[in-house]
Design a protein around this ligand. Structure first.
Ligand SMILES: N[C@@H](CCO)C(=O)O
Length: 525
């Protein structure tokens, strides 16, 4: 091995070595290992048959990267429009998200959005289960998490199991009893399962909106859902029910339309997004937007950013589950312990994340992910935020009424630029913390949130949280409960599932029919 190193070093052009002091050059075998690698491996090389690094020039064999080969193969298949097999097999308890067989409400009126954008017309894809009673008083609006379509349960039109298949059915043993209730589930505005979103054609051009789609908020999504209710002749819901982003929408439904909502169920949701969850979604978006195939959102005629989507989903999956679950499920086991370690997926947990990314990367529209994820970040039911949104909306409406040509667009255009000075490290981090909202660290709801949720003062509200949830931690549901109670609501039920009950983290709401579905069913009976 020593002699091989010397031979190889002598073969390098001198300019590669000139950065090293001459005493090191005289003793090449004593170069630090990483320096040797720098010299030896001038090209990374591939081992998938096309560009294999000759092993004779290396002290050690070139690592292989089947995970990268697979991505490259998929890119080339997409380029050649070769059919790509769908990855639908289960990788664990999370249900698959499917779409199809939905009904569509087409609004003839525009939807004016919170941040000034406009959808001149819009579609809301929806599915229903159960029967609407003659007085139309038994409807439940079921609101979804980020990834889900309107397909919460199988239907004759789409017999595939829905994302809440086991929670919906006839009789009081189900969370949503279809003997009693008429359940409606929609795909959100901004989504990619039939409702208007970035992949939908912009009526102005006939081309997909792409990133000319305006910023949407969860409140905008809720407004669109309520226009569907208008269309169905439903004046008042028996209940709004939702989990995760749906749990946020469920609260927003009651806050925006207190007279039109009976009971409110919010599972693993929150009253305002907190910085950690914003951070985790920001990182996913950054990874996705860094995929060159994202092309600033204009990829619909080209290759979708499947690599960025895959990585974003892997990060998201880390936030959806929990360490304790994975400790039990995978521990430190490797996929094939007889093989030497690899830089591609190797530990079972890595193969699981890889599979989660694979399943999703071509299933969901990348721009929908960006817009919906951002809408979640923007969510804050604090009174000040609601008032500011209302003022902005009034301003936009005034401009529309004044018939300012392009008034909407001007308001909706993002002129945000990076600050001239990058974020400055603070020496006094503790001081910085103090100057922020101390009430959250003291786990007291901010007064502004108490005021913002006051619209729900007289509603029966069920809030469910899960201790192992790192994305919407249990303190966020406690915050909602405390804010409602401090606002005078005496009809708030709170259920918190400890780690002894569920270790499935945020995704518990998709899985635990007994401990999530049970309380929901009893609350609605
Ligand atoms: N796994 C869920 C969690 C977020 O709601 C989803 O992807 O929608």
């Amino acid at each position: 091995m020593q002699s091989l190193q010397r031979i190889v070093l002598r073969q390098q052009p001198l300019r590669h070595l000139s950065r090293y002091p001459s005493n090191i050059l005289r003793k090449p075998s004593q170069l630090p290992t990483n320096h040797l690698r720098l010299i030896h491996s001038t090209r990374p090389g591939r081992q998938n048959g096309t560009a294999t690094e000759p092993q004779s020039t290396s002290s050690n064999p070139q690592m292989s990267f089947p995970c990268l080969d697979a991505l490259e193969t998929r890119t080339s298949n997409l380029l050649n429009k070769t059919t790509i097999p769908k990855q639908t097999s289960g990788s664990g308890p999370e249900p698959s998200y499917t779409s199809g067989g939905y009904q569509t409400f087409v609004s003839p009126n525009p939807l004016h959005l919170d941040w000034g954008g406009t959808l001149p017309t819009y579609f809301v894809a929806y599915e229903t289960w159960g029967t609407l009673n003659p007085s139309k008083t038994n409807a439940i609006l079921l609101q979804t998490g980020l990834s889900a379509s309107s397909h919460a349960h199988s239907t004759p039109a789409n017999p595939s199991p829905g994302w809440w298949e086991k929670f919906i059915g006839p009789g009081p043993s189900y969370a949503l009893d279809t003997d009693k209730y008429f359940i409606i589930c929609t795909n959100v505005i901004g989504g990619c399962y039939g409702s208007t979103g970035p992949s939908s054609p912009d009526p102005a051009s006939g081309q997909p909106y792409a990133t000319k789609f305006p910023i949407v908020t969860l409140e905008d999504m809720v407004r669109a859902q309520f226009t569907l209710l208008d269309h169905l002749g439903i004046e008042k819901l028996a209940a709004s029910v939702g989990s995760s982003m749906g749990g946020m929408q469920s609260l927003a439904s009651g806050v925006l339309f207190p007279e039109r909502v009976g009971k409110v169920v919010s599972i693993s949701g929150c009253g305002r997004s907190h910085p950690y969850s914003i951070a985790m979604r920001f990182v996913q978006r950054q990874v996705l937007m860094s995929d060159p195939n994202w092309s600033r959102g204009h990829y619909y005629d080209s290759i979708p950013p499947h690599v960025g989507m895959k990585l974003a989903r892997e990060i998201a999956t880390v936030t959806y589950r929990s360490g304790p679950e994975w400790e039990n499920r995978f521990s430190r086991r490797r996929a094939d312990a007889s093989q030497p370690p690899a830089l591609c997926p190797d530990f079972l947990i890595e193969t699981y994340l890889d599979h989660a990314g694979e399943k999703w990367c071509l299933e969901y529209d990348a721009n929908s992910l960006l817009y919906i994820s951002k809408a979640m970040d923007l969510f804050d039911l604090s009174k000040g935020v609601q008032d500011a949104a209302r003022d902005r909306r009034d301003g936009y409406e005034t401009r529309r009424n004044e018939d300012v040509v392009g008034g909407d667009l001007e308001g909706a255009q993002c002129t945000l630029t990076l600050p001239e000075q990058a974020y400055q490290e603070q020496e006094d981090v503790v001081g910085e913390e103090k100057s922020a909202d101390v009430s959250s660290s003291a786990r007291q709801p901010p007064k502004d949130l108490v005021a913002g949720l006051a619209a729900l003062k007289n509603h029966k509200v069920l809030v469910i949280g899960v201790e192992s949830d790192i994305l919407f931690p249990a303190w966020q549901q406690r915050e909602v409960v405390d804010a409602l109670r401090q606002g005078g609501n005496t009809n708030v039920e709170h259920v918190e599932l400890g780690e002894d009950i569920s270790m499935f983290g945020h995704d518990t709401f998709l899985l635990d029919t007994e401990n999530v579905g049970g309380p929901v069913g009893r609350f609605l009976q």
